[in-house]
Each structure stands twice: as C-alpha cells, then as structure tokens.
Design a protein around this ligand. Sequence first.
Ligand SMILES: NCc1[nH]cc(CCC(=O)O)c1CC(=O)O
Length: 355
Amino acid sequence: MRTTFTVGTRGSHLARTQTTGAAEALAAASGLEPLLEIIRTEGDVTTGSLASLGGTGVFASALRAAVLDSRVDLAVHSLKDLPSAQPDGLEIAAVPARVDVRDALCARDGLRLSELPAGAKVGTGSPRRVAQLKAVRPDLQIVDIRGNVQTRLARVPGLEQHDDHAPAAAGSPRGDLDAVVLACAGLDRIGYDWAITERLAPTVMMPAPGQGALAVECRPETAAAGDALAQALARYDDAVTRLQVTAERALLERLEAGCAAPIGALARVEREPEAEPGSEKAAGSGGGRLVLDAVVAAQDGSRLLREHAGADLPAVRVRLEDGAADAETLGVARQLGIRVAEALLDGGADLFPAT
Ligand SMILES: NCc1[nH]cc(CCC(=O)O)c1CC(=O)O
C-alpha cells in the first residue's frame, strides 16, 4: 500500500506555489505524504519571445514526460499552458476550483487602462493580449516581454519589489514601461495582488482558455487505482470548473485545427442544475445553462471576431456538490465549444494572419 505520492513541478516560484497548494490539498484528503520533484522545462530555459517559441506545450512537455515514465505520479499544470489534445497515456484526473480568470493590468501610479496616456508603453508577450489591447487602445505601444513575474513587474516604475524567492532577472530592463499585463491568477497565487491596478473585464480582455485553472495530470492507472490517492483526486475535481474548461478547450481544439490566430474564451455556468436526485425535469426547465464567449483576434488588433452561445445542461445529471460532471454533461460542454469555434471559422477566423 502506498504511503506517499510524488508530484512534478516546474521550478518557477509560481509553479512551485501552485503545485505545493495542490499537493497539500491532496495530502490532506488522502492521508499520504506528498514528495515534490522539480522538473526543468524548455520553456524555462529559453529566452526568445513566447510567440517565437512556436508550438504549444513547451512548459508542459517535460512534466508530462516525467509522469509517463513514472518518475512522478502527478503533474500540476496551469491548464492554459496545456495543449488541448489529450495525449495517450495521460489523463486530467482533477481540475480544482478555478480562481480569478481575468487578466491584470499592472501600471505605474495606480493607472487603469483608460487612464494610460496616449502612446503609453505596455509590455506583454501574448498575442491574445496584444490584439485585445490594440482593439481598445490603438494608440498604445506594445512591447514584447518575457521572464518571471518579478522580472516583468520590474519593467514598471514602482512595481519592482525585492523578492528573495524569485528575483528579477539580472540584465533585464527596469522601469522602462508604463504597464504590463499578466494573469490575475498567477499574481494572486504568489501574493502579488498589490501590483494589480485593474482587473480587466472579460468583455475587454477575454482570458485564455483555461486561465485561472489548474490541471492535475496522471497515468490512467493512477486515477483508476481506487486507493486513497485516486479518491482524493476525484474529490479535488470541481464540477463547475471542469464544465467551463471542457467547453473552452473544445473550442481551442477545434480552432487549432482551423486557424492560428490568438484565441480568448470564457465559459460560465449561468444557472446551476438542480441536484435533486430523481427529479424528472426536462433539460432547460430547472436544468442548468452553460454559456460560452469567445474572441479570435488578428495579431495586429485590426479585427476581432466574437461569438457567444449557450447550451442547456441535463437537469439531474450534474452533482455539483458531491462529484464530477458525468460524461453526458461534459459532452454538452464539448459540443458547445465546437459550435462556437465553428461559428468563428464561418465568420472568417481562419483567414486571420497568424503574425
Ligand atoms: N503563460 C504563462 C502562464 N501560465 C499560467 C499563468 C498564470 C496563472 C493562470 O492563468 O492559471 C501564466 C502567467 C501569465 O499568463 O501571466
């Protein structure tokens, strides 16, 4: 009988913080002792811009390899860094409750997006953020940035804070930008919410599919073992978050096949299904409703295509308190994602230039 479980993590402060949080929750639920192993990934050592790295999943692949060859039992990923296609030999055993999905503006002097002066310099390495920033503020000068949270924040006067856990990279410019954009989730998780001057509304800055959510990945036999670890994983899964990210990732997967443009997507459960066992309500009357908003952007912000659709969830099938959404309900979420993706493709998303 196992008494421990091993969890692989990337070495960054953010990765270690979120992995430790997940490992502690699973330890408390299982009574097992967690062992953390730091895995270096290509995404951590390379210095080129994120856009130039090409290919999704640079952050995830080394961690996944460690799970596949049984060096570790589990890997904790930021869900938005995971390619949408699920590889053979791995499954997402738990998607814990999501935190703030929004993107964060971190500006000098407490400025909000609308208060940045004309021509202000804003740093981000994400084509999705570039396009949406330019759509609302075509005057902004966007600067491609990389590095850990501390290195990015140090580019903004007043936001360079000494942090022994993760110092800003030596040699990186300091104080040369008016603002940077990062994910709220990452900043909140490492206690850097003080740097956020505006949590950008998803209507302005649609987050990446899966943003703010984690994925705990393992080998299928780990999840199926029926032991304390498998039970803890099942309980750690959050049914609402799982539904949301299932729709968002299905959209991403369908679009990845048809277009290379930056994508934002956010699903929400507008009405939670009633969880009365045995109730015979038809879907749509007393059942829940899942709504998905998405945007595909031309890289230069010259065009933004938006779509929105909803789907009724089967009324009695989702047990929101005590367990995972069942396969039929997840299928509804997946179909919603595909439907919105195809509407975007019909609207011309596949004609947008990639860069
Ligand atoms: N792209 C890197 C990445 N992957 C996950 C997060 C933050 C946490 C999250 O969204 O879950 C970040 C940093 C960022 O985008 O600012």
